[in-house]
Every structure is written in structure tokens, then in C-alpha cells.
Design a protein around this ligand. Structure first.
Ligand SMILES: Cc1ncc(COP(=O)(O)O)c(C=O)c1O
Length: 361
């Protein structure tokens, strides 16, 4: 096994830097359940202001803050509309049904993104046979769509259409700041058309854990109760909120570097015979191995032996991710090793890596 692993499975794999650890070590803390953790209070105010909303609540994970969002907007028996690849419906352990009694109705969009034309005609209200539609969930960036970014115009149209029709909009912004850096808009502009937003601190922002749900005072008041109910209310959580403050102050603009590395990696892959790829918009790079060259499982298994971690997302497809622990040199080295693997052939590789869509969180 080579010394330095090139870790491209996910931006969730980042480890806190020495400077972030120092911020954690120096965090002033108190009992957050009594509203007395100054660092959590500062983070909540900071992220609410950054997104142009009234209030925010710190949560353990993106899954938790998404599920708090669903709970805020829906009652048992209601349904939400979501693009078919959406994380909230597909990768959160059935949370909407299990935690809030909510049905998810998947809508086929394009590369994980929805347009108003996909949503028109989809609202159920008066018919007693159907679940009342309450909420539209959008994901920005859309993970399984390829880390793609909503345009400001598309988001404004969805927000306006939803509100005209009495629906609320929740944005899964696990990678909101990747979208902001790539989309050419501010966080405030892209969040203006939606009601609540979840953001993750534990992905490209590089924190060990943490997320927030952001919205109006009233929505966040309800969300705090949901957080308690879902087991996510914390005590001296300023210890981890300090990392999130550090990340918001230091790690947002640098994401451009991750996007540039993703593009350099993708451009190198596009030169390799046997690879099919679409150019990435942000830090997620999805690519396919042509069948005659072998499977994604074989390629992933061989790469693992060579010290490169990239997960399959299906029999012929893989997802690689750049983040603050992957350099340009490593990105190009990973592409070079993929080229070597395909030119040498994968026929004799033992498939030690198996799995499916779950591999790309
Ligand atoms: C788009 C998206 N939403 C939500 C989540 C959930 O975040 P967490 O792993 O912190 O629960 C993830 C990552 O897992 C994600 O990729």
C-alpha cells in the first residue's frame, strides 16, 4: 500500500486542519440547551445573516437538518415533491416517512435539478384519495446529478411558483457554498426564493461534523423542538460550532481550488480511452468505464490497492470528489493511475469493492 492515500471518495473525508483544531481548542462554551453556548449562538447568527434569513439552528448532520426542515413544513399524511435523485428521499433512511409521516413523490428532472415545468400539474390538494402536497425540496448542488448548480433564475422561478401555489420550499444545501462559488451569486441571493435551507459544515467546508437549518424565526422555533425530538439537541456544542465559524471565515473562497482540481482531473480522464465523462461544475466528478474495459467495481478495487480511493456508484460508474485534502498533483496522479489501470486491463482484478448508489454520499 503506498504511503499517502489519495482520498477522493467524498468531501466528508476531510480532516480538521491544525488551525481549525486550534479554533476548536479555544472555543468558549456553555449549555446550548439553555441558549448559553456563545459559540453556537455566534454561529447561528452568522449563518442566518450570510443566507439573509432571520434565524438558524445548529444540528448534528445534514440528514438531521433536512429532516427538521421536512418536519417544520409538513404534517403527517402530507407529501413533498423532490427530484428523483434527491438525498432527502433516497439517502436519509426513509426519514420523511419514519420521522414525520411524510410521503416523498419523486419527480424526474434533469441531472438532479427541477424546473417549474416539471412541477406544474403535480400538486395534490382537494382529492381525498391523495396526499396533500406541501413542500418542494431542491438540492444545490445536486449530488447525484453530478454536483450541478441551480441558476439563480431557475431557483427564483421555483420559489415564485411554489409560493403562488401555497407550497413551501426547502433547499438541501449540503454543498451550498460550492454552488455559491461556482454559481456566481451570493448565498443570500440563491436562498432568497426558498423558505428553509440546510447547510453542511462537514463536507467541502472541512469540519469534523455539524450542519444548520436556516429560515424564519418561527420555522426555527419549530425546528428546535424537532431537533430535540430527533435526538440532536446538544450541550457544549460550541466545541464543534467553533470549527464551523472557522470554516465560514476561511474555507469558502478556497473551494474554487477544489473545482479547478476537479476540472483538471476530469480533463485528464477525458483523454483516456475507455472513460466517458461530462465536465464537472463543482467538486464532484462522475464518470463511466466502458464495459469492454471492465467494471467500476474492478477499477475501484484496483485503485484502492494503488492508494487511490474512489467509489463506484453503479456497475460502470464512479464518483470522485475533490476537497481540501486533495491537491492538484494528487488529482492528476489519480487520473494517471486510472489510465494505467485501463491500459493494463482489469480482467484479473478481485472485486473487493462492491456496492451501489449508496457509495456516493
Ligand atoms: C446532498 C446531500 N444532502 C444531505 C447529506 C447528508 O449529510 P450528512 O451526511 O451530514 O447527514 C449529504 C451527504 O451525506 C448530501 O450529499
Amino acid at each position: 500500500m503506498p504511503d499517502a492515500i489519495i482520498e477522493m471518495r467524498s468531501d466528508t473525508m476531510t480532516k480538521p486542519t491544525p488551525a481549525m483544531r486550534e479554533a476548536i481548542a479555544n472555543a468558549e462554551v456553555g449549555d446550548d440547551m439553555s441558549g448559553e453556548d456563545p459559540t453556537v449562538n455566534r454561529l447561528e447568527a452568522m449563518i442566518a445573516e450570510r443566507l439573509g434569513k432571520e434565524a438558524a439552528v445548529f444540528a448534528c448532520s445534514g440528514t438531521q437538518s433536512n429532516q427538521m426542515g421536512v418536519r417544520v413544513h409538513c404534517r403527517p399524511g402530507d407529501e413533498l415533491l423532490i427530484e428523483a435523485w434527491g438525498h432527502i428521499a433516497s439517502y436519509e433512511a426513509g426519514g420523511p416517512a419514519a420521522l414525520s409521516g411524510v410521503t416523498c413523490r419523486p419527480i424526474i428532472g434533469r441531472r438532479g435539478l427541477l424546473e417549474v415545468s416539471d412541477l406544474e400539474g403535480q400538486i395534490h390538494n382537494d382529492d381525498q384519495h391523495l396526499c396533500p402536497t406541501r413542500l418542494v425540496c431542491v438540492e444545490n448542488t445536486a449530488n447525484r446529478g453530478g454536483g450541478v448548480v441551480y441558476s439563480l433564475g431557475a431557483m427564483q422561478q421555483i420559489g415564485a411558483w411554489a409560493h403562488e401555489n401555497g407550497l413551501k420550499v426547502h433547499m438541501d444545501g449540503a454543498r451550498l457554498f460550492n454552488a455559491v462559488v461556482a454559481g456566481g451569486y451570493t448565498a443570500q441571493e440563491i436562498c432568497e426564493p426558498v423558505d428553509t435551507i440546510s447547510v453542511c459544515f462537514s463536507k467541502g467546508l472541512g469540519c469534523p461534523m455539524g450542519s444548520a437549518l436556516i429560515g424564519s424565526e418561527e420555522e426555527i422555533r419549530i425546528a428546535r423542538r424537532a431537533r430535540k425530538l430527533f435526538g440532536g439537541a446538544m450541550r457544549q456544542s460550541g466545541i464543534v460550532a467553533a470549527a464551523a465559524i472557522y470554516a465560514l471565515e476561511n474555507n469558502v473562497d478556497r473551494m474554487q481550488e477544489d473545482h479547478d482540481n476537479a476540472r483538471a482531473f476530469a480533463e485528464a480522464l477525458s483523454q483516456i480511452e475507455g472513460i466517458e465523462i461530462e465536465m464537472p461544475e463543482t467538486n464532484l466528478v462522475f464518470f463511466d468505464v466502458e464495459q469492454e474495459y471492465g467494471t467500476a467495481f474492478a477499477l475501484s478495487s484496483r485503485l484502492r490497492e494503488l492508494g487511490v480511493n474512489i467509489n463506484p456508484t453503479g456497475p460502470q460508474s464512479l464518483r470522485a470528489c475533490t476537497h481540501l485534502d486533495v491537491t492538484r498533483e494528487q488529482s492528476l496522479r489519480a487520473a494517471e493511475l486510472i489510465g494505467d489501470c485501463l491500459s493494463k486491463g482489469l480482467a484479473d482484478v478481485a472485486e473487493t469493492i462492491t456496492g451501489g448508489p449508496y457509495a456516493s454520499r
